[in-house]
Write a protein that binds this ligand. Structure first.
Ligand SMILES: Cc1cc2nc3c(=O)[nH]c(=O)nc-3n(C[C@H](O)[C@H](O)[C@H](O)COP(=O)(O)OP(=O)(O)OC[C@H]3O[C@@H](n4cnc5c(N)ncnc54)[C@H](O)[C@@H]3O)c2cc1C
Length: 438
């Protein structure tokens, strides 16, 4: 009898240790966020550290290849082609947590999940992406829900509205917006505009249409070489470019969009009637990064990391990748790929008792689709330095680049990038330039 009580007690202790929400489970690497960056690093970590040593915290049931959403919005690809069940692409041997991360405690090397579970780590990789803030524009969420002429390629639930809205458009004012915040893929708000213009031209609607690009920026694109080419596209297509205008409110009952005129000293606004509205929504560092026992973000709300090694500036065993970091380059999947090798080398260096030796140069890229057959492939690094892969003038609109974007990049993403085998096109660039370039 005494023995069986002992056994019961042992089973109870085992249960409490392993299954209670209070138990802290330890991993060599915990990856917070299983999007593009999290899966790519998670795959490398699983190969390096073996089964059961890597946890990936990711609440989404479907993983989306977001760069495809421009093509979904343009009607070139179907929505279903852009996503796969997350569980099908998780790295083999990882321990998945289908949960939201809720709190960081970098001094104790732990994170807490929404269900109360705690995980501790040797290394934490933060890959939480950027947060979309629809609520920063008055009436936007209602308009997206209730007005078939209002859409955005930035969210899975609304990207499916874009192509039907383009097809449904019968002329009038078509407005495309770019917000006054950091964004992922700064080209996305204008790529869809160029595709829509092409569609409306082919379907005889263009003559009855005014197309507006209302951007909070003072330029069409941040890199002058590509901005010059894009300005020619804007002129050729007769697009009205309104700089320094930031979407403030949408009234879908009246079909109006109101913009702050950012250079107005009197705080003036301008209201437009719209018949079609594609919104580049306001974005920010994820709120959850602020739920930390000690600050891990900079003053802009993004994870504070070293731009070359991706290592946190205060906590050496924390690394950050992708859109949630303050690395000063364009927030793209291309940037995630290019820095992932440097980040992971840092973890291996630390395991060997050395300092991280990553030398990420800020490489990022943006395939700027200009119609249903052409694309300008912008490639650049920190401080706008040009890093073109092909030995030809990539600031020109080219059919080859369009096929690269539509047909080749998705294959690289699903089969190499997510498996942690793609560090960007650096090696190919060297080969194509016969070793005589960056
Ligand atoms: C319309 C559009 C077009 C684009 N076009 C291009 C392009 O042509 N080329 C290009 O390179 N890039 C493009 N991008 C950008 C690219 O998709 C992102 O830069 C890239 O996905 C960033 O990767 P990430 O890992 O930082 O973030 P994400 O891939 O967004 O992953 C973040 C993950 O964190 C998870 N998460 C969030 N909160 C929590 C939490 N509390 N706990 C746990 N997990 C959480 C999310 O569910 C998500 O899976 C485009 C994006 C959009 C929207």
């Amino acid at each position: 009898m005494a023995l069986s009580t002992n056994k019961v007690a042992k089973v109870f202790v085992h249960f409490v240790r392993n299954y209670s929400a209070e138990t802290t489970k330890h991993y060599k690497v915990v990856v917070a966020g299983g999007g593009s960056g999290g899966l790519s690093i998670g795959a490398r970590a699983c190969r390096q550290f073996g089964v059961g040593n890597v946890a990936i915290i990711e609440p989404a049931k479907v993983h989306f290849y977001q760069p495809m959403w421009t093509l979904v919005g343009g009607g070139v690809k179907s929505f279903s082609q852009s996503g796969v069940p997350t569980q099908d692409i998780l790295p083999r041997g990882c321990k998945p947590y289908n949960q939201y991360l809720q709190e960081f405690d970098p001094e104790r090397n732990t994170v807490t999940l929404k269900n109360g579970e705690k995980l501790s780590y040797d290394y934490l990789v933060v890959a939480l992406g950027i947060q979309i803030n629809l609520n920063k524009v008055e009436g936007l969420e209602e308009a997206l829900k209730h007005d078939k002429n209002v859409c955005t390629n930035y969210l899975s639930e609304y990207v499916v509205k874009t192509f039907p809205a383009i097809q449904d458009f019968r002329g009038g004012n078509a407005i495309f917006t770019f917000p006054n915040t950091p964004v992922k893929c700064a080209g996305a708000p204008q790529k869809i505009m160029y595709m829509a213009e092409d569609y409306w031209k082919k379907h005889g609607v263009k003559d009855k249409t005014k197309i507006f690009y209302n951007t909070s920026l003072g330029v069409i694109f941040g890199i002058p070489r590509y901005a010059a080419s894009l300005m020619k596209v804007v002129e050729r297509k007769g697009i009205i470019l309104n700089k320094r205008q930031n979407l403030k409110a949408v009234d879908h009952a009246k079909k109006t969009a109101t913009f702050d005129l950012l250079d107005s000293e009197k705080g003036e606004t301008q209201t437009y009637h719209y018949d079609f509205l594609h919104v580049g929504p306001p974005q920010s560092g994820p709120d959850v990064l602020k739920n930390s026992s000690v600050p891990i973000v900079d003053e802009t709300g993004f994870l504070d990391v070293d731009k070359n090694t991706c290592q946190h500036v205060k906590f050496p065993n924390i690394f950050g990748i992708g859109d949630c970091t303050n690395i000063p380059t364009a927030k793209t999947a291309a940037a995630v790929a290019a820095c992932s090798g440097h980040l992971f080398r840092g973890i291996k260096d630390m395991e060997a008792g050395k300092k991280p030796s990553g030398t990420y140069n800020g490489y990022s890229s943006c395939p700027l689709i200009t119609d249903y057959h052409h694309c300008i492939l912008a490639e650049f690094a920190f401080d706008g330095q040009i890093y073109e892969t092909f030995p030809l003038d990539q600031s020109k609109e080219r059919r080859t680049m369009y096929h690269l974007k539509r047909d080749v990049m998705p294959q690289i993403y699903w089969h190499m990038f997510l498996k942690g085998y793609w560090n960007g096109p650096g090696t190919y660039r060297k080969i194509m330039h016969l070793g005589m370039c960056c």
